[in-house]
Ligand binder design. Structure first.
Ligand SMILES: Nc1ncnc2c1ncn2[C@@H]1O[C@H](COP(=O)(O)OP(=O)(O)O)[C@@H](O)[C@H]1O
Ligand SMILES: [Mg+2]
Length: 361
């Protein structure tokens, strides 16, 4: 049985549907992420799981028990927010022990649990400090410790790393992965940052305008996005209009107008005559000198239209004969070398037959 089951949950604000008939199951021990652009309904869904808000229809079950009518403080759930929400006049230890005192634990029990919680977030020597004596990352670790000290069945985290700068954010991501692994508590994590979701999660639910578009492991979400929204929201991808001209159990043959035929992996439910796009990730596209011999079957000539150097890699945007643009990514593996091709260069682009996917919705 799933630890958390969200069954056909809808929440409306006036005529606006913030969460639209959403169904999700989260297993015990999972690091599960709700990912989507700002305003897609992530916080609204999280607030209903926590009990701060109620669905207009549908059910939320924890351990098989309907949570309707159970107030937030009676649910085995704790929420960590982006804004830490620490008590400024209390020490770190007192902040962490607060939920235990509220629950009426004995002083001895409280002390040992607070020590354990501090140890979990590597802040054993910080118990006597006040929040203003901590860095942003340390404050957020105290908030995690406070969230876990009550041993909730489920920890809800609403964009908890949103206030941190990029470098600290990456450190905290690694910290969160280890924390979740060590304490074994099920996490439902909310973010609008696709790279964060890919890095942290066992599974991701991609949300769009109150709907769930796809629930899958990160590598499936990235490699086999179900539709154009997911493909476009996660990572970088080129999409070129295409028409299905042949289907086999393993492959699809697509016609790209004024360019030629490409082969992609097969897809269920697709038939000859279907219109959509051929979608391909930049790192799957090889770029070569026009005279180089290319063994890959999907192979076209084009012109470098733009390039974007970001240090470790350069993205080349290549214009094909029909005017479509395709992105190719090259690692800058030679020191001091920023680009292998210049804008205006004639180049070849090619990719494996199993690298592209066909998307028709
Ligand atoms: N209490 C509320 N009253 C009216 N509209 C709300 C309320 N809470 C959220 N919304 C609207 O519902 C939509 C989803 O909001 P939210 O769940 O906060 O999105 P996210 O967390 O994904 O950014 C937004 O358009 C927001 O303006
Ligand atoms: Mg939000």
């Amino acid at each position: 049985m799933a630890l958390l089951e969200i069954r056909k949950v809808t929440r409306r604000f006036g005529s606006y549907t913030a969460v639209d008939n959403v169904s999700i199951s989260v297993e015990t021990g999972e690091f599960f992420t709700l990912l989507g652009p700002s305003g897609c309904g992530k916080t609204t869904l999280l607030r209903m799981i926590a009990g701060f808000d109620m669905p207009d229809s549908g059910q939320i079950l924890l351990d098989g028990e309907d949570m309707m009518g159970t107030p937030p403080e009676k649910r085995p759930v704790h929420t960590v927010f982006q804004t830490y929400a620490l008590f400024p006049h209390m020490t770190v230890s007192d902040n962490i022990s607060f939920p235990l005192k509220m629950a009426g634990n004995t002083p001895r029990d409280i002390q040992s649990r607070v020590m354990e919680a501090l140890d979990n977030v590597r802040l054993s020597n910080f118990g006597n400090r006040f929040p203003h004596e901590l860095s942003g990352g340390q404050k957020q670790r105290v908030a995690f410790a406070r969230g876990l000290v009550n041993r909730p069945r489920l920890l809800l985290l609403d964009e908890p790393l949103g206030a941190l700068d990029a470098k600290l954010r990456e450190e905290m991501q690694i910290e969160l992965i280890n924390l979740q692994k060590n304490v074994g508590v099920t996490f439902v994590f909310v973010t609008h940052a696709q790279n964060e979701a890919l890095a942290l999660s066992h599974r991701i639910a991609v949300m769009n305008q109150g709907n769930v578009e796809q629930v899958d492991e990160p590598s499936k979400i990235y490699g086999f996005p179900r539709n154009r929204f997911v493909a476009d929201f996660i990572g970088k991808i080129s999409m070129i209009n295409a028409l299905v001209v042949e289907t086999t159990p393993s492959h699809l043959k697509l016609d790209i107008a004024e360019l030629g035929e490409v082969t992609t992996i097969s897809k269920e439910g697709i038939k000859v005559g279907d219109k959509g796009v051929m979608a391909i990730r930049p790192e799957q596209v090889r770029i070569s000198h026009p005279s180089d011999e290319v063994v890959l079957k999907n192979h076209f000539l084009g012109t470098v239209h733009d390039l974007l150097y970001v240090g470790d890699v350069t993205t080349y945007i290549v214009e094909l004969a029909n005017g479509a643009h395709i992105k190719a990514l090259l690692p800058n593996s030679a020191p001091g070398r920023a680009k292998f091709f210049e804008v205006g260069d004639r180049v070849g682009v090619s990719w494996r037959q199993d690298a592209g996917i066909f998307l028709n919705d």
